[in-house]
Design a protein around this ligand. Structure first.
Ligand code: HEM
Length: 192
């Protein structure tokens, strides 16, 4: 296998890994907020894992992007990986990936600065979180439209499993009305 094929494989593998981790970050965030696991998981441990998964997702995303600078078949320049709409290949699909990347940045910056931001910190952190949530459907569209393997059987199974977990989480969080019986007051904490 030549260098080009290896780089290309690594671009795709890091992309799929970043998507899986991003999905896990969102699911963990929902678990943290809803406390649906009850005593099975302490909030501190869930928060640690949520942060750790977020850092890991960004690391794989960085690998996914940096490798594009070294791919000899599809060579990208730095502006092309950072500015939506400049991609020399599949411009719209790649632009979605770039937008998803930028949507993930504020939460990691505000998260680190939060202790110094005092009163405005909580609001800014919440707004940054909304952007991070929005990154997931945008990254998923990017995966489906740009991925060479997106429609392979394993990939469809992964997309369905990940999306299913997110939908279940959103149902628990109350965005999508649960079809089940009304929840007892206080059994699920729902805050926006
Ligand atoms: C949260 C952000 C992102 C996620 C989760 C993500 C994930 C993915 C996934 C899962 C694939 C499909 C791999 C495959 O099956 O072939 C892919 C492909 C691709 N992504 Fe991303 N990506 C993101 C951001 C970006 C950014 C910022 C760029 C920068 C240019 C980019 C460029 C590409 C390209 C060029 C492909 C096509 C690779 C190929 O299959 O030939 N992505 N990405």
């Amino acid at each position: 296998m030549g260098d080009t094929a290896l780089t290309w494989l690594a671009i795709r593998a890091s992309g799929v890994t970043a998507w899986g981790l991003l999905t896990a970050v969102v699911v963990w965030g929902i678990l943290l907020r809803t406390r649906i696991l009850g005593r099975a998981a302490s909030p501190t441990r869930l928060l640690d894992l949520h942060r750790w998964l977020g850092a890991l997702a960004l690391s794989f995303l960085a690998i996914h992007m940096v490798l594009l600078l070294f791919d000899s078949y599809l060579t990208f320049s730095i502006p092309q990986i950072l500015i939506p709409g400049l991609s020399p290949w599949n411009t719209f699909a790649v632009a979605l990936g770039v937008i998803a990347f930028w949507f993930l940045i504020p939460v990691s910056i505000v998260g680190r600065l939060r202790p110094k931001l005092k009163n405005s910190g909580a609001k800014l952190f919440q707004q940054a979180h909304w952007l991070a949530y929005a990154a997931w459907p945008i990254a998923t569209m990017h995966y489906i439209l740009a991925g060479t393997d997106a429609l392979a059987q394993w990939s469809i199974a992964l997309l369905i499993a990940g999306s299913g977990l997110i939908v279940l989480g959103l149902m628990a969080r109350g965005f999508i009305p649960s079809p089940g019986p009304t929840r007892a007051a206080g059994s699920v904490v729902i805050r926006s």
